[in-house]
Design a protein around this ligand. Structure first.
Ligand SMILES: CC(C)(COP(=O)(O)OP(=O)(O)OC[C@H]1O[C@@H](n2cnc3c(N)ncnc32)[C@H](O)[C@@H]1OP(=O)(O)O)[C@@H](O)C(=O)NCCC(=O)NCCS
Length: 425
């Protein structure tokens, strides 16, 4: 089986998490991703949160599968020559440097178009054009400025960031979609284009339902929020909703058997209207099926605390598997809280390739999350991340066509090695 993006060459100047997430997905689908890294240092994440001394961190290895690495000093004249040849050779350039970095290197969009009019130039920045465009941004800054944090957590607590990396990885996924869209457009126009995604915009897009609620506030209280049933008035902005469901079917995280000792002994329970009768039977409240205070969804909304309290009395008597089995028999939507440990041991995730074991020359075997997007007619395998500069020679010779003497000249000029420090006076 072939790979969907075979033949697409990506000049990957991305670093940390947001850009690498994007190029990793493209690499899984078969694009040739050439990661340009600063000589001697490489992507900063290689050395961050290291669990094994002097070995590429899991932070790096889990975000850079299936790529090739070339070290190149883009401030060295010979290095710039090589970079320009890469720009002329590749289809897509991906970067998520701080604002203005590539322009300062001399590679404005105008210059890139001169070098290669078919080039798709894809960037992630923290903010779009406006008052904050020059700011550097990391994950949690994006979660806070994109509306996620103000709507996450409990009403009487501070705003919360989530563990899912919606700012970095979420924006990387948006960028990936922008790139394949631009590649598709190029098949008709013959021209490249600029693709940009701001992390604030990506998070806001993912928090879209909260912008829905912001507008609903003008027309009255948000009746599905627990706060409504508790008689607490709403303010001017969407409040934090705890674990209330963000959709039209009320839901809660409820304790299950063993909650006293196990921090993850909880289950998400959704009181979907069509299965209300089944819920009443399961929890032992058959009278609620016809009682005017409980029978219809609008009557239930002001009583959610009481209703979920009763359901929790039932879930507290069941283990995760017992509850899942009983509830799924009745098509009652529910989800146990799964820990990272449980997910790392879940054989069914390995069977689909969503979890994979990878072998690395200096680290040995480690687990990674594989490609969550499955295509029926295109293969997607996970190969280990490259060592720093592992493919420098191969890329210079095979991708860029430099003869041996020119490769030697590039190296002698210091284009692939760290700049020498000036001797102390
Ligand atoms: C993530 C971020 C905050 C990191 O900031 P940083 O560590 O200060 O790095 P920057 O991207 O600003 O700058 C990189 C520098 O390295 C230099 N550099 C990078 N690769 C190089 C290479 N191969 N050779 C020579 N220099 C190189 C750049 O020229 C730049 O130097 P300059 O500032 O003198 O022009 C910043 O890159 C950023 O805001 N990115 C956009 C938003 C984003 O993606 N954030 C999430 C990251 S997961």
């Amino acid at each position: 089986m072939g790979k969907a993006l075979e033949g697409v060459k990506i000049l990957d100047m991305s670093h940390v998490q947001a850009g690498p997430t994007c190029t990793q997905i493209l690499a899984w689908f078969g694009a040739d991703v050439i990661k340009v890294e600063r000589p001697g240092v490489g992507d900063i994440t290689r050395g961050q949160l290291q669990d094994v001394p002097k070995v590429d961190s899991l932070y790096f290895t889990m975000l850079n599968h299936n790529k090739r690495s070339i070290t190149l000093d883009t401030k060295n004249p010979k290095g710039r020559e090589v970079l320009e040849r890469l720009i002329k050779t590749c289809d897509v350039l991906v970067e998520n440097f701080g604002p203005g970095v590539l322009d300062r290197m001399g590679y404005t969009w105008e210059r890139i178009q001169e070098l290669n009019p078919r080039m798709i130039y894809a960037s992630i920045k923290g903010f779009g054009p406006g008052p904050y465009e020059d700011c550097k941004v990391y994950e949690n800054v994006a979660q806070c400025t994109g509306g996620a944090a103000s709507t996450t957590g409990f009403r009487d607590g501070p705003p919360l960031v989530t563990g899912a990396q919606i700012g970095d990885s979420g924006t990387g996924l948006h960028l990936g979609l922008g790139i394949v869209t631009a590649l598709y457009h190029r098949t008709k126009s013959g021209k490249g284009q600029r693709v940009t995604v701001a992390m604030q915009d990506g998070v806001l897009n993912l928090a879209r339902v909260k912008m829905r609620d912001q507008q609903r506030l003008k027309h009255g209280p948000l009746t599905e929020y627990s706060q409504h049933g508790e008689g607490i008035p709403f303010g001017e902005a969407v409040p934090r909703a705890g674990n209330d469901s963000g959709g039209g079917q009320p839901g809660r995280i409820l304790k299950r058997k063993g909650w006293e000792k196990d921090p993850n002994a909880y289950i998400y329970f959704i009181t979907q209207a069509p299965v209300w009768d089944a819920i009443c039977d399961v929890i032992g409240e058959p009278g609620w099926k016809t009682h005017p205070d409980y029978a219809k969804p609008p009557a239930r909304l002001p009583r959610l605390n009481e209703i979920f309290g009763r359901i929790e009395k039932w879930t507290m008597t069941k283990t995760k598997f017992e509850a899942m089995e009983i509830l799924n028999n009745y098509d009652i939507p529910c989800g146990p809280i799964l820990s990272m440990k449980e997910l790392a041991e879940d054989k069914s995730l390995f069977a689909t390739g969503t979890m994979v074991e990878v072998d690395h020359p200096t680290r040995g075997k480690y687990l990674s999350v594989g490609n969550p997007i499955k295509l029926s007619d295109s293969a997607s395998e996970v190969k280990r991340s490259p060592l720093l500069g592992e493919h420098t020679d191969e890329i210079l010779r095979e991708v860029l066509g430099y003869p041996a003497d020119e490769v030697a000249a590039i190296k002698a000029a210091g284009a692939t090695t760290p700049p020498k420090k000036a001797a102390a006076e």
